[in-house]
Design a protein around this ligand. Structure first.
Ligand code: GLC
Length: 479
């Protein structure tokens, strides 16, 4: 029955002479079919979680796995030693940020920041262009808010310490060195894959004659975990649900058998960046992909990353758009919907999130948004409801899948009882229901006795790099 329900939407075509009742009935059938495709049972989620666990083990051992399980070279340490002025750069989503942080014995006293949207020409351009853009904004900061630090460094002939959040799959060889394995999130910048990104950054800073040392390189998930760790030492995981999606967690160093340097640290805990966006991308053993997900993959510049394509902000609007276009083409929605939403990536995840949260009578928020942003006029409440349900389904599936990945990781860490998970990112932050669906599904997967707290760690991805830079500086001062 379920399989037939999945495909029923393919066999519905609303004809011009269908009665209003018949049209409404076909609309309901189409929604039932989509609901079957986009809703996951607890059994399905549990089965996926076990496969996720398997991939974690394989990845840590260095055997073929869709989870890269990348060591961060960040170890559990005493936060009180983090002291002084540190800079952090945050590159990895839509914006690039420069942050100045003042830490006093592990406590963040002040922050200053500037940010800019990463121009598309650099997302798809050259290494020189992208790192030149980064260095230019860093210089702008030092001409303004950071002028005193720069003057002081020049006068005393000292170097300014900086942490670099670079949110892509990087194989690190030290806390401040690592090569990019592949681009994700539709970046295609040439000359970076296979290179040490810290070297590229240092070279761009040197061109501007800035006395800066990048002492730490980290993923945004690692930054988020460490930023929370400074407030709450028992935090277990760092999760990003934004333009991209990924998570990291504390692992026993001894379990990282593929990396001798890490393994030799024994029982000391270290952070592992799982790169879960790529989960199950090799064989699609368990991901419930639909024709819409396959269409996104076919047109993507970031092949693989199938899990990320089902849950992150880069893609949620696009999945919704593909479904709406199909419904428009079938007459289930007015054909104008298909026409006005014809441009790939032309319907944003933000708008699809806002629509999914519309609780106004007559769905008038959805009606206005569609009119103002997309020039689509919908007057029939059934049509508006259909659009809303599509957006809700796409979001709920994302939240269910995110819950699955978090549950699996907590099972691996044997921390299903009482655990704190720090989350950052627009998808999580901007849609109120996202958090609730995640929490409910985590409880379903792990059992009612589990007590997992999801906490928003705003700016974690940026601040974390500064914290890690401070910890690194403190450790090397001790030596
Ligand atoms: C992508 C990147 C990953 C990052 C995530 C969230 O999945 O590959 O490194 O953590 O996006 O920004």
């Amino acid at each position: 029955m379920t399989d037939r329900l999945h495909t029923i939407v393919d066999h519905i075509a609303v004809k011009p002479n269908d009665s209003t009742e018949f049209r409404a009935l076909k609309q309901r059938l189409a929604l039932a079919s989509l609901t079957a495709q986009f809703t996951l049972s607890t059994e399905q989620l549990r089965a996926m979680a076990y496969y996720f666990l398997h991939e974690m083990h394989e990845g840590l051992a260095g055997r073929p796995s869709t989870l890269a399980m990348l060591p961060s070279y960040v170890y559990r340490a005493d936060t009180v030693s983090a002291h002084g002025v540190y800079y952090a750069l945050d590159l990895g989503g839509t914006n690039f940020r420069v942050i100045r942080m003042v830490l006093e014995k592990g406590v963040l006293v002040t922050t200053d920041t500037i940010q800019d949207v990463i121009p598309q020409q650099h997302v798809k351009g050259t290494a020189e262009g992208l790192f030149g853009f980064i260095a230019a904004l860093v210089e702008t900061f030092f001409e303004g808010k950071g002028a005193a630090d720069l003057a002081h460094a020049r006068k005393t002939n000292s170097r300014i310490a900086l942490g670099f959040t670079f949110s892509f799959p990087v194989t690190q060889s030290a806390v401040n060195a690592g090569k990019l394995n592949k681009w994700t999130k539709e970046f295609t910048t040439s000359g970076v894959v296979g290179e040490n990104v810290v070297k590229l950054l240092q070279a761009a800073l040197l061109k501007r004659n800035l006395p800066i040392d990048c002492v730490a390189l980290c993923n945004d998930t690692v930054g988020t975990l460490i930023a929370r760790f400074f407030k709450e030492s028992t935090v277990e995981m760092g999760v990003i649900l934004g333009t991209g999606a990924n998570a990291c967690y504390w692992e026993r160093s001894a379990a990282v058998t593929k990396d001798h340097a890490v393994r030799n640290e024994g029982e000391r805990e270290t952070v592992i960046n799982m790169e879960f966006g790529n989960f199950d991308s090799a064989h699609l053993h368990c991901l419930p992909v639909t024709e819409f997900d396959n269409a996104i993959e076919a047109a993507s510049d970031s092949k693989g990353q199938r899990f990320e394509k089902m849950i992150s902000g880069k893609y949620l609007g696009e999945i919704s758009r593909q479904v709406l276009v199909k419904l428009g083409a079938k007459g289930v929605l007015p054909s104008d919907v298909a026409k006005k939403l014809a441009t790939p990536y032309g319907f944003t995840s933000k708008d699809s999130g806002l629509i999914s949260a519309d609780r106004l009578p007559g769905l008038c928020f959805t009606q206005n948004l569609l009119k103002e942003r997309y020039g689509i006029t919908l007057t029939d409440i059934n049509d508006l409801y259909t659009v809303k349900v599509v957006c809700v389904l796409v979001r709920s599936r994302a939240a269910q899948l995110a819950a699955m990945a978090i549950s699996a990781t907590l099972l691996k860490a044997e921390k299903t009882g009482n655990a704190t998970v720090a989350v950052d990112g627009s998808v999580y932050e901007k849609t109120p229901s996202f958090r609730t669906i995640m929490a409910t599904n985590i409880r379903r997967i792990l059992g009612e006795e589990s007590d997992v707290r999801l906490v928003l760690q705003r700016d974690g991805s940026g601040l974390g790099a500064g914290y890690i830079a401070a910890l690194t500086a403190a450790t090397s001062n001790k030596k």
